[in-house]
Design a protein around this ligand. Structure first.
Ligand code: ADP
Ligand code: MG
Length: 177
């Protein structure tokens, strides 16, 4: 199977709402593309998002998306994303709870799958402005399930809670570098 596989464009969504969130996202992008089978194509701005669902009182999420070209098959890419999550000490006990890093595969080429282990496109991406909005900023012509990603973002219920995170001061509780 592996070896001569063609490159497939995939969209990955990254989120963090624990610890050094921006540093985690930057390091995770590096980790995700730190192998020859995954090539970085594009990176979105970082947005700040109120946590959706899950326990109350969580810190805001920082979210971004990246585009990669990969020769990994979809399940290999999922395993790779999960290994990067684990490398950042993601806590998995509380579903939708605070987490240092979440990496989701939003699309893998035109692949469609209903497998709960890997559903493609990601089943909740269409309603998540924290995925759609940075994706539309990265690629204004992006399309998901036949719809404009920018239009889907504008309709998403969590859109009003979104802000650009680019100008935030240091998140560190300690002394600033
Ligand atoms: P969520 O990302 O929805 O908040 P998790 O990150 O805890 O939740 O993911 C739970 C499970 O979702 C993972 O074990 C994974 O197998 C499955 N999953 C299904 N489709 C996808 C996808 N497109 N991308 C990432 N994980 C997925
Ligand atoms: Mg996930």
């Amino acid at each position: 199977m592996s070896g001569n596989r063609q490159l497939t464009r995939a969209i990955l969504a990254l989120g963090s709402n624990l610890g050094e969130r921006r540093g985690t996202l930057s390091a995770a992008v590096g980790d995700l593309v730190d192998r020859p089978e995954v090539r970085l194509v594009d990176v979105s701005p970082v947005v700040s998002t109120k946590a959706v669902g899950g326990p109350p009182g969580q810190p805001d999420f920082l979210n971004m998306v990246i585009a990669v070209d990969t020769s990994l098959d979809p399940y290999e890419l999922l395993a790779h994303c999960q290994s990067v999550e684990l490398a950042h000490h993601r806590v998995r006990e509380v579903r939708w709870g605070a987490r240092t890093l979440d990496v989701d595969i939003i699309t893998y080429g035109d692949e469609q799958s209903q497998d709960p282990v890997l559903t493609l496109p990601h089943p909740r991406a269409q309603e998540r402005a924290f995925v759609l909005y940075p994706w539309a900023l990265m690629d204004p012509n992006a399309v998901l399930a036949g719809r404009s990603v920018a239009e889907l973002a504008a309709e998403a219920a969590d859109m009003p809670g979104l802000e650009h995170a680019e100008l935030e001061p240091s998140e560190s509780d300690g002394p600033q570098a």
